[in-house]
Design a protein around this ligand. Structure first.
Ligand SMILES: Nc1nc2c(ncn2[C@@H]2O[C@H](COP(=O)(O)OP(=O)(O)OP(=O)(O)O)[C@@H](O)[C@H]2O)c(=O)[nH]1
Ligand SMILES: [Mg+2]
Length: 453
């Protein structure tokens, strides 16, 4: 076993030094990115059925048909507009990581919501593969996704997988290889078209960016949109990563406090902002229009490619969801569920605990008898039996049963998809303490561990 591990480590190192291509795994939280990552690299990234498990980029390596690839597992994010640290890590890698190919993983059972991020990424790069995961779940819910049609609409390769089954990833590997080796795109991929007033100003900025900074047209379009969108953290990142002088910060940092007003980009930006304001499009309205158009596009595409054979199933799901996350019943149901779990864990664990105590106690008596029989010195038998053996068996008797009950119960809740609902219910309260509702899950685990002790 040890040798096998060493062999695998040595093989990984060899691939690592020779990796020719870098492939990124991006997507919404909880869509199976880390499951794909683990299956391809043989590594063991944390996976589980709630959002936000991966919080930093993880790198692994794999070999396919004689070529070595570096694979980067990015934290899940709903949007390029980051709201948390892990979303910022994801955004920075998607925007500036410069991988050879970005695989965007989506959940086949809720394609419409996932397409929002896909459309945002198509604004940044055209070397994308769309990986539609959880096809087994979609089949159960009688949802079909027309992958070919989706590929025709978005003009990018689309593959369907069930990440838990390793052999289904072969198509993804094939597509990745093809995309890495033929990077020059002949087709222009799908781009969200905004209303003409917005398109016109985006084009103006795009032309200047291409002329002044020699940036690729599609990236220039995205930067143009972000300049007008005016989200500070992303503008700062564009300035730092691409050395483009957009706001006051760049001038301060790079030109010793001198604000360069002769910069054509800034002049046009000012003019455009004024022009839009005169037309009643403030920064907030501009943002809203971008988001609404994006959501509408995702909705239209999803409508064209998704078929729900069992509408009652989706309706029932939504009904249950409404109850579990409603203001009136959400929290009482959650408290009830948690109390039941804690009760089963604490009361139920007493029986196996007592059983283990009596079994280990009997063995202890036999061990003492044996020590006396072989005339073992008292200090040695006390140290080994009352010191090592008794402490160890007490810990096992107290700790093992509650853990063996709590974790499977929690896994059932996880598989039923209830944990994200708990996070949603608690998000408002946790936000008041500058935290996220997701922390409720770790807090529940913590409470149980504390109760066990
Ligand atoms: N049924 C089924 N479940 C899957 C499949 N792929 C992943 N899962 C499950 O989906 C859950 C989420 O998978 P992860 O790989 O952790 O998802 P992720 O995208 O890395 O999530 P974050 O790190 O939170 O962004 C886990 O419980 C997986 O076991 C699949 O093809 N079918
Ligand atoms: Mg993950």
């Amino acid at each position: 076993m040890k040798k096998l591990k060493t062999d695998r480590g040595a093989k990984q190192n060899k691939i690592e030094t020779k990796a020719k291509y870098t492939v990124a795994l991006a997507g919404n939280p909880n869509v199976g990115k880390s499951t794909i990552f683990n299956n391809l690299t043989g590594m063991n990234q944390h996976t589980g059925n709630w959002t936000g498990k991966t919080v930093a980029n993880a790198t692994g390596y794999f070999e396919y048909r004689g070529e070595n690839y570096q694979l980067v597992d990015i934290p899940g994010t709903y949007s390029i507009m980051s709201h948390s640290e892990e979303e910022e890590i994801a955004r920075n890698y998607i925007c500036f990581g410069n991988p050879d190919v970005t695989i965007v993983v989506v959940d086949a059972t809720c394609l419409e919501r996932n397409l929002n991020l896909v459309l945002q990424i198509t604004e940044i790069t055209d070397n994308i593969i769309l990986c539609v995961n959880l096809l087994d779940e979609a089949k159960k819910k009688k949802i079909t996704v027309d992958l070919e049609k989706l590929s025709q609409i978005l003009k990018i390769p689309v593959v369907g997988v069930t990440a838990r089954k390793k052999k289904t990833l072969n198509e993804l590997l094939k597509a990745t290889r093809k995309a890495c080796e033929h990077k020059e795109k002949l087709k222009t991929i799908y781009q969200v078209q905004y209303e003409e007033t917005i398109e016109k100003v985006i084009r103006e900025l795009q032309e200047i960016l291409i002329k002044q900074y020699q940036i690729k047209p599609e990236l220039a379009r995205w930067i143009g949109i972000k300049i007008l969108d005016g989200e500070e953290s992303i503008i700062e990142e564009i300035e730092n990563q691409l050395h483009i002088d957009i706001g006051e910060n760049y001038s301060k940092k790079n030109k010793e406090g001198k604000d360069d007003d002769s910069n054509e980009l800034k002049t046009i930006k000012k003019q455009i902002t004024e022009e839009l304001k005169e037309k009643g499009i403030t920064k907030e309205i501009f943002k809203e229009k971008l988001v609404t158009t994006m959501v509408k596009n995702a909705e239209e595409i999803a409508k064209k490619v998704c078929k729900f054979e069992n509408k009652a199933y989706a309706k029932r799901d939504r009904k249950i969801d409404k109850i579990l996350t409603s203001k009136k019943y959400g929290i009482p149901i959650m408290i009830l569920f948690l109390l039941i779990i804690f009760w089963i864990t604490l009361v139920g664990a007493n029986y196996p605990s007592q059983f283990l105590f009596s079994v280990f106690g009997n063995i202890q008596e036999k061990l003492i008898q044996f020590a006396t029989y072989i005339h073992c010195p008292e200090w040695l038998s006390n140290m080994l039996i009352l010191g090592v053996y008794q402490t160890l068996t007490w810990v096992i008797s107290v700790m093992l049963p509650p853990m063996a009950i709590f974790f499977p119960l929690f896994t059932i809740l996880e598989d039923l998809g209830y944990l994200p609902r708990i996070a949603f219910n608690m998000d408002g309260f946790f936000k008041k303490a500058c935290c996220s509702g997701k922390q409720m899950i770790t807090m529940c685990m913590g409470v149980t561990k504390w109760e066990i002790f």
